[in-house]
Design a binder for this molecule. Structure first.
Ligand SMILES: Cc1cc2nc3c(=O)[nH]c(=O)nc-3n(C[C@H](O)[C@H](O)[C@H](O)COP(=O)(O)O)c2cc1C
Length: 195
């Protein structure tokens, strides 16, 4: 049976929830799927394919999934790999003004504010994901910040609700994507390298 590892970085649980749902759908589709936080990934023997996702804060992936990609780039480059970001809050300035979903989440490809996106782009060059999908995320202002940087970021983006609050995760889109992944793994080319 094809074994898929879904790896995620999450601060407040929204991205972990997306990863768990992807894992559930993959299992429903007849694959073996495990889901793990990026800093808790154990042995990776016999994993045939990977899905790696991160919450995005101030245009950057979290460190743990970045480090997972860095550490395992060699292996990931030889397996089918999908990436996802979670992701703009529906109604936020970025979500409204950017048609390109990667740009809405991670900012411009070049120039000021492009550091986080470039970091992910460099890892994409090394690992050749089949796709990088962006999903709307969630924000609960009553859930206290988990890092000083996040506390500062919340202050910077606006203490009085400039960030849309709520759970904007689109489960239909997430589940459809997971089914696409399963379909991709069933097709004959899936046995080969990623890309
Ligand atoms: C202070 C702050 C900054 C954020 N910055 C971004 C961002 O730059 N790009 C983006 O797409 N989403 C951004 N978000 C939205 C979060 O990534 C989104 O809420 C995500 O689903 C949170 O995932 P988690 O619950 O797994 O941590 C930000 C949220 C907060 C609270």
């Amino acid at each position: 049976m094809t074994r898929v590892l879904v790896v995620y970085g999450s601060r407040h649980g929204a991205t972990g929830g997306i990863a768990e749902r992807i894992g559930e759908v993959l299992r429903t589709e007849g694959l073996s799927a495990e889901v793990a936080a990026a800093d808790r990934v154990g042995a990776m023997h016999d994993i045939d394919a990977f899905v790696v996702g991160s919450a995005v804060y101030m245009g950057s992936w979290l460190d743990e999934p970045i480090r997972f990609l860095e550490r395992n780039a060699g292996v990931l480059a030889t397996r089918p790999l999908w990436l996802f970001s979670s992701g703009p809050l529906r109604g936020s300035t970025a979500a409204r003004s950017q048609e390109d979903s990667i740009e809405a989440a991670l900012g411009p490809a070049d120039g000021p504010g492009s550091g986080g996106r470039k970091r992910v782009a460099r890892l994409e060059e090394l690992t050749h994901p089949r796709e990088h999908r962006v999903f709307f995320g969630a924000f609960d202002p009553n859930d206290p910040p988990k890092a000083l940087s996040e506390r500062l970021a919340r202050m910077m983006v606006g203490p009085k609700g400039v960030l849309p609050t709520g759970d904007f995760r689109e489960w239909d889109a997430i589940e459809a994507w997971a089914r696409e992944i399963a379909q991709g793994l069933r097709s004959p080319v899936a046995a080969g390298a990623g890309g």
